[in-house]
Design a protein. Structure first.
Length: 226
């Protein structure tokens, strides 16, 4: 438990104890005063209560009594106050003026900033021109609440710019190794030379233009016909 939480807990316990004693003292003192009213001053119980309410300045609140009718009166008042407080706490409504129709809103760059790797810009998954997501956290230094998966699905028709605006910018991050399916054959032309200069080893599987593909002779691994 953190120090701040422990401090709040101690204050709550102290407040509850002193508050409970105060409420009990009021109930006990009033009960004792009611039963101490003389018959010539008030006869019925209602008259005695009214008499005490009109003479609160003469009520002896101390010392506290923990026996007899004053004890019962103090406990009854304490129970009633405890139930009222418990009801108020459990039925507390969270009013949000101005948000009656919802509070959803578009996120800002400030909202996503904690999820970015600001120290190493290349270690990010590019979502837009300004929004990014932290990629590799090999040392597990980031809090669990800031960790997100990096699975992305991009849906768009032919020519909508999926490769040019999403795939290529993230490839240029050079944050890890990549496996790319390039059905049009454009991606390798665009970024192949860049990756070679960056020290990457490129392997190509091209079943259409075989002179451009990496290959190996499977028969070279056959040592005998058995």
């Amino acid at each position: 438990m953190e120090k701040e939480q422990l401090k709040h807990l101690i204050w709550r316990v102290v407040f509850s104890v002193f508050g409970g004693l105060l409420v009990y003292g009021v109930g006990s003192g009033l009960t004792r005063a009611v039963y101490a009213v003389k018959p010539d001053e008030a006869k019925s119980m209602i008259d005695k209560v009214l008499y005490v309410s009109n003479n609160l300045g003469n009520v002896a609140w101390l010392p506290l009594t923990f026996k007899g009718k004053p004890f019962v009166g103090g406990m009854i008042l304490l129970a009633v106050v405890a139930l009222v407080v418990l009801y108020a706490l459990t039925n507390k409504k969270n009013y949000r003026p101005g948000e009656e129709h919802g509070s959803a809103q578009w996120g800002t760059h400030k909202d996503i900033l904690p999820y970015e790797d600001t120290k190493n810009p290349d270690n990010n998954l590019l979502m837009t021109a300004t929004e990014k997501l932290y990629l590799n956290d090999l040392e597990h230094k980031r809090p669990m609440k800031l960790q997100r998966n990096q699975f992305v699905t991009v849906i768009g028709g032919a020519g909508s710019g999926k490769t040019r605006t999403v795939v290529v910018p993230n490839l240029l991050q050079r944050s890890s190794s990549y496996v790319v399916t390039d059905t049009k054959g454009q991606t390798l032309k665009w970024v192949g030379n860049f990756f070679e200069k960056s020290g990457y080893k490129i392997k190509v599987l091209d079943l259409v233009t075989r002179e451009h593909t990496d290959h190996f002779n499977v028969f070279a691994y056959i040592k005998n016909e058995d």
